[in-house]
Design a binder for this molecule. Structure first.
Ligand code: FE2
Length: 237
């Protein structure tokens, strides 16, 4: 990364935590709503698919409050990465939509398992893992077949150790590899009730350490490049 200046500008001031809500929505300067997020790349609204995706996103948010806001921000990042990779508007559109509902299969996971605060048993973990395949099943009737494929494979790992199908490398749909990077990045910079948010630079370093094992190196590089190019536009004010 040339000089690393873009990332330097993304560092928070002392005592601040970087959050997407506050700092990483360059166009509007405020948190993207789901409607904002789903604005199509080509400038015209896509319905009724978009309406269906929006409705589904509310279903999963009702079931799992953790996902509130998470899915659309993953979608926002996935679109930026997809653009950086050089995908077409149509491909980016499908990735954005898939990212919004990537965890829709969680509606099939019992709530006591989904929200269990202690360690999961092997059986419970299998139930959690089943959300990827269930999500694809829910979405398989959509005309845009790539959306269900992305959702099915968003937990595959580049080294073949993921689920549900243990796909490896380029076998994994590119959209799913992009959603995986976008979600990992967003989870790190957002933090959680049991994990502090990381700075963008820390998150990027972690992604690089997973590059080639969990994550596609090309996709991680695309995110790094996007941040490098747009760092000045997204710095903490
Ligand atoms: Fe997931």
């Amino acid at each position: 990364m040339a000089g690393g200046t873009g990332l330097v500008t993304l560092q928070p001031e002392a005592g601040q935590r970087i959050t997407l809500v506050e700092t990483l929505q360059p166009e509007a300067g405020h948190r993207a709503t789901l409607v904002d997020t789903l604005q199509p790349e080509s400038g015209h609204r896509v319905t009724p698919l978009m309406d269906a995706i929006t409705a589904l996103s509310f279903v999963i948010e009702a079931k799992d409050p953790y996902t509130r806001g998470h899915s659309e921000e993953v979608s926002w990042w996935a679109a930026k990465i997809a653009r950086q990779v050089g995908l077409s508007d149509v491909e980016i559109e499908d990735i954005k939509l898939a990212a919004v509902v990537h965890d829709i299969g969680k509606i099939h996971v019992p709530e006591d398992v989904l929200h269990k605060p202690s360690l999961l048993t092997a059986e419970e973990f299998e139930k959690i893992k089943s959300h990827a395949a269930w999500g694809a099943k829910i979405l398989e009737t959509l005309k845009q077949k790539s959306i269900a494929r992305i959702v099915r494979h968003h937990h595959e790992r580049y080294d073949g150790q993921g689920y549900p199908d243990h796909l490896m490398g380029e076998e994994i749909p590119l959209g799913a590899r992009i959603v995986a990077v976008a979600e990992s990045f967003h989870c790190m910079v957002r933090g959680s009730s049991y994990k502090c948010a990381r700075t963008v630079a820390e998150a990027l370093a972690e992604l690089r350490s997973c590059s080639g094992t969990q994550l596609d190196p090309r996709v991680v590089t695309a995110l790094r490049d996007w941040l490098e190019i747009h760092g000045d536009a997204t710095r903490v004010q």
